[in-house]
Design a binder for this molecule. Sequence first.
Ligand code: DGL
Length: 268
Amino acid sequence: MNVTVDASSPVLLFDSGLGGLSVLRAVRQHLPGAPVIYAADFAGMPYGEKTEAQVAARVAGLLGRLAERFHPRLICIACNTASTIALGMVREVLETPIVGTVPAIKPAAAMTQTGTIGLLGTAATIRQAYVDNLEAEFASGKRLLRHAAPELVDAAELKLRGGTPDPAIFERAAQGLLQQPGGADIDVVVLACTHFPLVQEELDKAFGGKVQFVDGAQGIARRIAYLTQGQSFDRQDEDFSIVTGDDQDNPALLESLARYGIGRILRI
Ligand code: DGL
């Protein structure tokens, strides 16, 4: 079945903004030859501050348009917020295989020595039943402390546009977990938003170098590699990004995207 896929058909990665680049980094390691389209819904960002209905409508609408226009062989929703809310719904309406992004609670539960895990995500992600279910399935008997850190999304976006985020943002995110009852025991922190690995260094400082971080990027990339096994890849043109909103001419942004192998930005 796989061999019938057009070799130039791209893998499409989708996020509200630049967070999905943390997933793209891992995809490049596993599938260096794969043509990629990186789609960012800048006009809809931040998803984490929206209602479930708003996120679902944007994600389903945009992915439908993108699938029709670019015929991707596979779509990766490289966004925890969008995945935990809309993955099931999008899978129902699109025929393209869809890989989602799941908070890395399972590996965190295997890593923790103290039995206390921290989880940083967006406000929308941390309230999802999806996360409750992962906790019940993989972290029962452990303590999972959650904290919404929407400021980290802006910090990552700023960093990739050449700016320097205020260190107080990372302090607030760390303290949001550490100050909770039992928070001092946290030894593993799940980065449950794809933006957060992009500022992991800054977070590490804020946690005093005392915790390990885990995110889903490598697992997602392995899953994409598995689902595309046996398919051929032929990149006929440079990879590009497609965005909503009006940030496509920002030179600092283009420079950052170039580091991930993305050569130009188009507007949908
Ligand atoms: N990158 C997204 C995630 O993984 C969220 C960013 C946003 O709030 O738009 O959850």
